[in-house]
Design a protein around this ligand. Structure first.
Ligand SMILES: C[S@@+](CC[C@H](N)C(=O)[O-])C[C@H]1O[C@@H](n2cnc3c(N)ncnc32)[C@H](O)[C@@H]1O
Ligand SMILES: CC(C)=CCC/C(C)=C/COP(=O)(O)OP(=O)(O)O
Ligand SMILES: [Mg+2]
Length: 294
């Protein structure tokens, strides 16, 4: 069986590779334990579970009156709509994808983006995550949806995947590239992508125009145990690994409404101020980069 054939038999493979470093063990543990209401309650809205943030304008008509007894429920649905809108924009940048193609969702979380990609393109999607809890969750959702022959999550280091060289039509990192060295990451995407394939990331990065990572960026790193890279590092590492930017989109203005709405909800986690202030002072940016594998 090739690495891109999906079968339900191996969907929740018993084999879990050892993390490649003590840091990766920490990250696996972090995501195995994660069960924040801001993620689970939003996912419960329609069964798409995301671990990324939202973009787009708030629909105030849908939200209605803050005094309404249903307001909090509507607010949760609105935050979730904005998170799914973010994933739609990522998928918009994958290029032309056919039913016979296989895509890689690198750092797939609970698999919301993988499901959306399959629903849009009819293709196969291979998700990889360090967390066995997340992989099991994603595979369970795929089975419930009856798409486990097309969507699979594995516990796997995205820097060292089993996908064959040149076998993948498109791949992405949705808010997962801040956990790895970018040279190592893009070397691996470049290896398994077809020439002419597309790579997309949506990420938070620190802005070289600000100078160095601000205190807010340091706070976000500490909160998530991640290491946010600069915009310059992304572009340099792509250039060094045969990934040529086709689009660079600054999503910072589009994500601020999500954060400002989230800050008013009962599901706040305490990190809202750091995102809002760093986006406003220009030290941090929310960007999409789509690149061609040449
Ligand atoms: C913030 S979550 C993003 C999840 C998903 N992309 C989404 O949009 O919902 C970060 C994810 O990156 C994964 N991750 C971090 N380092 C990784 C690595 N070296 N290999 C595979 N996955 C990794 C974590 O396990 C987690 O699933
Ligand atoms: C843009 C940056 C820097 C992202 C860091 C990675 C990250 C933790 C993303 C959101 O995950 P989540 O959905 O689990 O977080 P939360 O619980 O805050 O919603
Ligand atoms: Mg979240």
């Amino acid at each position: 069986m090739t690495s891109t054939e999906l079968t339900s038999a191996n969907a929740t493979s018993a084999f879990v590779p050892a993390p490649a470093s003590p840091y990766q063990s920490d990250i696996a543990r972090y995501w195995n334990q994660e069960a924040r209401p801001v993620n689970l309650r939003l996912g419960d809205v329609d069964g798409l579970y995301h671990h990324h943030y939202g973009i787009g304008d708030i629909d105030h008509t849908a939200l209605g009156d803050t005094e309404d007894s249903e307001y909090e429920k509507k607010l949760i649905a609105e935050l979730h709509r904005l998170e799914s809108a973010q994933a739609e924009v990522l998928l918009d940048h994958l290029g032309v994808i056919g039913q016979d193609d296989t895509l890689v969702d690198a750092g797939c979380g609970r698999g919301g983006s993988s499901v959306m990609a399959h629903q849009r393109f009819g293709c196969k999607v291979e998700g990889v995550t360090l967390s066995s809890t997340q992989a099991e969750f994603g595979n369970r959702r795929a089975k419930e949806l009856g798409i486990d022959d097309h969507v699979r999550a594995q516990v796997c280091n995205m820097l060292d995947t089993p996908f064959e060289k040149g076998s993948i039509a498109a791949s992405w990192n949705n808010e997962s590239s801040m956990y790895v060295d970018l040279d190592d990451l893009f070397a691996e995407h470049s290896r398994f992508l077809k020439v002419g394939g597309r790579y997309v990331t949506i990420t938070g990065c620190w802005n070289p125009r600000y100078g160095q990572p601000s205190k807010w960026v340091s706070q976000i790193n500490a909160h998530f145990e991640c290491n946010i890279h600069s915009r310059r590092e992304y572009l340099r590492a792509m250039a060094d690994n045969r990934l040529v930017p086709q689009a660079v989109v600054d999503l910072t203005p589009a994500t601020l409404p999500y954060w400002e709405l989230r800050a008013t909800s009962s599901l706040v986690t305490g990190i809202e101020e750091a995102f809002i202030e760093s986006y406003k002072d220009g030290s941090f940016q929310y960007v999409l980069i789509a690149a061609d594998r040449v």
